[in-house]
Write a protein that binds this ligand. Structure first.
Ligand code: NAD
Length: 272
């Protein structure tokens, strides 16, 4: 019998799948045989992604859904759609997030920017966890399909939740710290239900989110000198880590701040 793909038969949701890390993760999940609900606030972007995935990966199936993660009814609707379409939910990748251009230091950041950032980056992750956990509790073991009870939840934080930066984006940094703390606590509360919950902490990645923010050579270089590997990461390098955390290969990994940052968190002085 041929070996199973790593996510074969698993029902997986990805939020913010219209661009960057989420989009790349959708392709990686599909290449590993997942059944997918891919969502974004930008419906057209995920519809196009679903079309491409369904054409390229015959063993996978992707359904596109519009979901603003800061709205609980949208998040519930997305989880309900996954269960209605595929009968269960095994994985959610709570990836959608923003970094606002007007997010700055303690003095200049406006309350509306703080609230917007936290509504998406923190509340959005909470809603995703809440409705995924409720659905995962209903999972029955299907050993012939390689499916168990429980599930895997991956929440996107950031390396900036682990390190201070003198190039502030205070609302964003605080929001990602909240994701780390929330994830750890959820991981403990639900560990005995077979639900593993981990944070992914990407380093600086070459996606629209960061590249739109670092829109001058000065801003780019200010960050680049601190990067041990001398380059920003690629979205696919995050996506491969997410496949690992989603799959049973990581079956004893729970409550971690999983850093995929080229060693940035461990760096004092970079190589010449
Ligand atoms: P991106 O901007 O390329 O993609 C983010 C996607 O989220 C977009 O498709 C956007 O439409 C969607 N989105 C925005 N608001 C939404 C909402 N309210 N509801 C649903 N979808 C929404 O960004 P990315 O770089 O791929 O970032 C993905 C995640 O990774 C974010 O949480 C981000 O904070 C985190 N992250 C990124 C980096 C980096 O350097 N790029 C570093 C650390 C963490």
């Amino acid at each position: 019998m041929a070996a199973r793909l790593r996510l074969e038969n698993k029902v997986c949701i990805i939020t913010g799948a219209g661009s960057g890390i989420g989009l790349e993760t959708a392709a990686q999940f599909a290449s590993e045989g997942a059944r997918l609900v891919i969502s974004d606030i930008n419906l057209e972007a995920v519809q196009q992604a679903a079309e491409k995935i369904n054409a390229k990966f015959p063993s996978a199936k992707a359904v596109a859904v519009k979901c603003d993660v800061s709205k609980e009814e949208d998040v519930k609707g997305m989880v309900d759609k996954a269960v209605a379409e595929f009968g269960r939910l095994d994985v959610i990748f709570n990836n959608a997030g923003i970094m606002h251009p007007q997010d700055d230091n303690a003095i200049t950041t406006e309350e509306k920017i703080w609230d917007l950032t936290h509504n998406i980056n923190v509340k959005g992750v909470w809603y995703g966890c809440k409705h995924a956990i409720l659905a995962m509790r209903n999972n029955k073991a299907e050993p012939e399909k390689g499916l168990g009870v429980g599930g895997s939840i991956i929440n996107v934080a950031s390396f900036v939740a682990k390190l201070g930066a003198a190039t502030p984006q205070l609302a964003y940094t605080a929001s990602k710290g909240a994701v780390l703390a929330m994830t750890r606590e959820l991981a403990m509360v639900h560990a005995r239900e077979g639900i593993r919950i981990n944070s992914l902490c990407p380093g600086p990645i070459r996606t629209p989110l960061l590249m739109d923010f670092l829109n001058t050579p000065e801003k780019l270089n200010r960050r680049m000198i601190h990067n041990p590997m001398g380059r920003f990461g690629e979205a696919v390098e995050q996506a491969k880590a997410v496949v690992f955390l989603a799959s049973d290969d990581s079956s004893y990994i729970n409550g971690t701040d999983f850093l995929v940052d080229g060693g940035l968190h461990a760096c004092y002085v970079t190589p010449e």
